[in-house]
Design a protein around this ligand. Structure first.
Ligand code: CA2
Length: 146
């Protein structure tokens, strides 16, 4: 049975490809999820891709991942910079966590430079566009020995 990886996207990432293409690119979140699902299959993994604009929903999905998901890839969106609740939920999760940002948060406003999630993540990818999700998935396969 192949291992399950949970891919979580936070607030406003449902608008991917629809607005601000100069920052976030032209691919929609559905495009990204489909590319990740294809790659996951190639890597011998299964993918559960979820997006929410609500902090509590993301916390609930992280709790669910405790039961049956071998790893979490998360782009917490703006909650990266504010959410101790998401950090606490990830700290209660045992598997590897990888954090993805489409844009280079360190090249942007100072308030984006700190992410609470980074203190829990095994690795952080920022500024590689939507390709960052695929790179994170490859790294997750290595970490899971898939
Ligand atoms: O670069 C990233 O992936 C971010 O996590 C994206 C968040 C931002 O608050 C973080 O600082 C960095 C914002 C996501 C908004 O996504 C949109 C996509 C298309 C159009 C409008 C918003």
């Amino acid at each position: 049975m192949s291992k399950l990886v949970t891919l979580l996207n936070g607030p406003n990432l449902n608008l991917l490809g629809l607005r601000q293409p100069e920052i976030y690119g032209r691919e929609t979140l559905d495009d990204v999820a489909a590319r990740c699902a294809d790659l996951a299959e190639d890597l011998g993994l299964r993918l559960r891709a979820l997006q929410s604009n609500h902090e509590g929903q993301l916390v609930d999905w992280i709790h669910q991942a405790r039961d049956g998901s071998a790893g979490i890839i998360i782009n917490p969106g703006a909650y990266s910079h504010t959410s101790i609740a998401i950090l606490d939920a990830l700290n209660a999760y045992d598997g590897p966590v990888l954090e993805v940002h489409i844009s280079n948060i360190h090249k942007r406003e100072a308030f984006r430079h700190h992410s609470y999630v980074s203190s829990r993540a095994e690795g952080v990818i920022a500024g590689f566009g939507t390709e960052g999700y695929l790179l994170a998935l490859r790294r997750m396969a290595t970490l899971l020995g898939a």
